[in-house]
Design a protein around this ligand. Structure first.
Ligand code: CIR
Length: 253
């Protein structure tokens, strides 16, 4: 169960964020509204939501998930793989300070975006991607071992981040798209296959027996509901324009 979420308000400069989506520039005013509704959805899952101020110096800083992996035993500040995002980590340690967590960090030459990290109990699946390199994975793995947790690497071929294509819905059940439907790492689990027309919806977020689902992906939402989950729909179209999904917008712990 999670009790808290941390989010960071989008900045005006988000329109200059990294994007390969070809969906145009985000509308900042609409992004603010969507972010407010996202925060409400987190609250309705029973979470206390901590809101960090926007940081104009970093266009992608609203995608706070990439800057830190918060586990039940420690928080690990990452070294983001994109050059323009590295400075985002400066503020995250201080923001988490008051929670009394043991703090660890990924150091260069290791790089890691926590969007590449998926938690399943005490085990963490880590995508080797354009953002997360082998050293980043190895550092993360030794930090987790120090706290009696484990990690395994999952080489990625098509997606930006691991959680772009797969989400853990607890109960040994995953939502999976494309390359994740055939990866040996996940073959022993129940995989709910996301329709290719709804690929973006492969990034959903399980929170305390609810599943946040992006707005506009009815087949995926229905499939999740048919498995017995209560869903909450949140439209994040403006963040999608920057390759960001629902999970990227918060740290949950
Ligand atoms: C980036 O390319 O870094 C941002 N525009 C999107 C980051 C999305 N984060 C995530 O999937 N965890």
């Amino acid at each position: 169960m999670f009790t808290k979420a941390m989010v960071k308000l989008p900045c005006r400069n988000m329109v200059n964020g990294i994007s390969h989506a070809n969906l145009g520039k985000p509308d900042f005013a609409l992004a603010l509204e969507q972010h407010a509704r996202y925060r409400k959805a987190l609250e309705s899952c029973g979470l206390e939501v901590i809101v960090l101020e926007a940081d104009e110096a970093f266009a992608d800083s609203t995608f706070i998930e990439d800057t830190c992996l918060v586990t039940p035993r420690c928080a690990i500040i990452t070294n983001p793989g994109a050059g323009t995002r590295k400075g985002e980590i400066a503020s995250i340690g201080a923001a988490l300070d008051s929670f009394g967590m043991a703090m660890e960090a990924i150091k260069a030459p290791g790089t890691l975006d926590a969007g590449d990290v998926m938690m399943k109990g005490n085990h963490y699946y880590v995508g080797l991607s354009q953002r997360t390199n082998l050293q980043g994975f190895e550092q993360l793995s030794s930090i987790l071992e120090k706290y009696q947790m484990t990690a395994s690497a999952v080489p990625l071929s098509t997606v930006l981040h691991l959680k772009t294509g797969i989400s853990y819905l607890e109960n040994d059940c995953f939502l999976a798209f494309g390359e994740f439907l055939t990866k040996p790492a996940f073959e022993k689990f129940l995989l709910l296959p996301v329709d290719p027309q709804e690929a973006y919806a492969a990034n959903c977020v399980w929170i305390n027996d609810r599943v946040l689902v992006p707005g506009g992906f009815p087949k995926t939402q229905k499939m999740i509901e048919e498995k017995g989950y209560a869903t909450l729909q949140v439209d994040v179209s403006e963040f999608r324009k920057l390759d960001g999904g629902l999970s990227c917008l918060s740290l949950r712990f």
